[in-house]
Design a protein around this ligand. Structure first.
Ligand code: DP6
Length: 332
C-alpha cells in the first residue's frame, strides 16, 4: 500500500433499556443475554483514523490529549483486527473527540468503538456490512455493537462460541414521541469498570442465576411495547430491568453498588414526577447518573420540575439518535 488511508466518522452513544450484564465468553466478547437499547442524539464521538507509513507506532489522541500507553494499547489491539483483514501492518493515528456536555461523565466506550470501527472500515476500504461492523465494534466493547444503528436496537446474543453469530440490528426507528433525559448526579470517574464489575457479579452473586431468565422475559415484553408505542409499558419494563441488574450487584460478594445518595434522590424524583401525571421512568448503568425515559413532548415539563431539585446544567435532554455517519476530515 502506498497511499494514505484516512476516514472520519461520528457515532452516537446508546443507553440499554434491557441491559447487557455478563459475558459467556470473555475472549470472544459474547454476552450471556441479548439486550436492547436506544441510540441518543445528544451524546456522540467523532473519530478519525489515519493509517500511514509515516507512523512508527499507533497514536491515540482523545479530546486533544495524547493518551497513555495503556489506552493506546487497547486501541492498537482493536486496530489489529482491521489490519489483519486488510493484510497490512501500517500504523495509525487515531484522533477522537467525545461530544458529551462538559464533564457529564457519560462518555461511552459504545460510541467510541462504533466510530472507530466505521472509520477503519472506510479508511482501509474493507466494505464490511453494518452487521460485520457491529461484530468488530463488539470486540472493543460489548455495548458498542449497538451503536452501529440508530433508534431502538437489539443486540442478539448469538449461539455458543460462534463469534459471528452475535451482532446488533435495528429494531424500531424511534421516529415517534420518545426522548431521554440524562440527570448527571456525579461527574467523577466511575469506581469500577463495567467489564470487571459484570465478571465479579457472575462469579459471586447468587442472584445472577435469575438474570438470563428475567432478561428473556423483559426483552419479549419490551419489544411488544415498542411495537405498540406504549411508552408507559416501555418505561416500566426498562426501570424494572435496570433495578434487577443492580440487585445482582448488591448480592455480589463483596457487594458493590453504583448508587450514590444523589442517584437515589433522582430515582425518587422520577417516581414523584409520575404522581403528578407525567410519564417518566428511570434507568441506570455502571455509574451514578440516572437516565429518564419519557415522551419527548413531556421533556420541557419534566425538566422544569427537576430543576427545582437539581442543577439545570445537569439535566440533559436528548432525542433518539442516528446510525454512524461519515464527517469531513480534520485538517492534518
Ligand atoms: C451497564 O459494554 O461497557 O452499560 O463489553 O466489558 O466493554 P464491556 O462492557 P460495556 O458494558 C455495558 C454495561 C451496561 C449495560 C448495557 O449497556 O447494556
Amino acid at each position: 500500500m502506498t497511499k494514505d488511508f484516512i476516514a472520519n466518522y461520528q457515532a452516537h452513544t446508546n443507553i440499554a433499556l434491557i441491559k447487557y450484564w455478563g459475558k459467556r465468553n470473555q475472549d470472544l466478547m459474547l454476552p450471556v443475554t441479548s439486550s436492547l437499547s436506544l441510540t441518543l442524539e445528544a451524546f456522540y464521538t467523532q473519530t478519525q483514523v489515519h493509517f500511514s507509513k509515516d507512523y512508527d507506532e499507533d497514536q491515540f489522541i482523545l479530546n486533544d490529549q495524547i493518551q497513555s500507553a495503556q489506552e493506546r494499547q487497547k486501541i492498537s489491539r482493536f486496530l489489529n483486527r482491521f489490519r489483519q483483514l486488510k493484510n497490512t501492518d501500517l500504523k495509525a493515528q487515531v484522533t477522537s473527540y467525545n461530544h458529551v456536555p462538559t464533564a457529564a461523565g457519560l462518555a461511552s466506550s459504545a460510541s467510541a468503538f462504533a466510530a472507530l470501527a466505521c472509520s477503519c472500515n472506510e479508511a482501509l476500504e474493507l466494505k464490511l456490512s453494518q452487521e460485520e461492523l457491529s461484530i468488530m465494534a463488539r470486540f472493543g466493547s460489548g455495548s458498542a455493537s449497538r451503536s452501529l444503528f440508530g433508534g431502538f436496537v437489539e443486540w442478539e446474543k448469538g449461539q455458543g462460541d460462534d463469534s459471528q453469530s452475535s451482532y446488533a440490528h435495528p429494531f424500531d426507528e424511534a421516529d415517534w414521541d420518545i426522548g431521554m433525559i440524562a440527570l448527571v448526579v456525579n461527574q467523577k470517574a466511575k469506581k469500577f469498570s463495567s467489564r470487571q464489575a459484570m465478571q465479579h457479579t457472575i462469579e459471586t452473586s447468587p442472584f445472577y442465576a435469575l438474570w438470563a431468565e428475567e432478561v428473556a422475559k423483559d426483552l419479549e415484553a419490551i419489544k411488544a411495547a415498542i411495537k405498540a408505542r406504549d411508552i408507559q409499558k416501555i418505561g416500566q419494563i426498562a426501570e424494572h430491568n435496570a433495578m434487577k441488574m443492580h440487585a445482582t450487584m448488591l448480592a455480589a460478594n463483596p457487594s458493590f453498588s453504583y448508587f450514590q445518595a444523589e442517584s437515589l434522590k433522582a430515582m425518587e424524583a422520577v417516581r414523584q414526577l409520575r404522581k403528578t401525571g407525567l410519564t417518566a421512568y428511570f434507568t441506570m448503568d455502571a455509574g451514578p447518573n440516572v437516565k429518564i425515559i419519557c415522551p419527548y413532548s413531556q421533556v420541557a415539563a419534566i425538566q422544569e420540575k427537576l430543576s427545582q431539585d437539581f442543577d439545570p446544567q445537569n439535566i440533559i435532554v436528548s432525542r433518539p439518535g442516528p446510525q454512524p455517519f461519515s464527517i469531513p476530515l480534520i485538517n492534518q
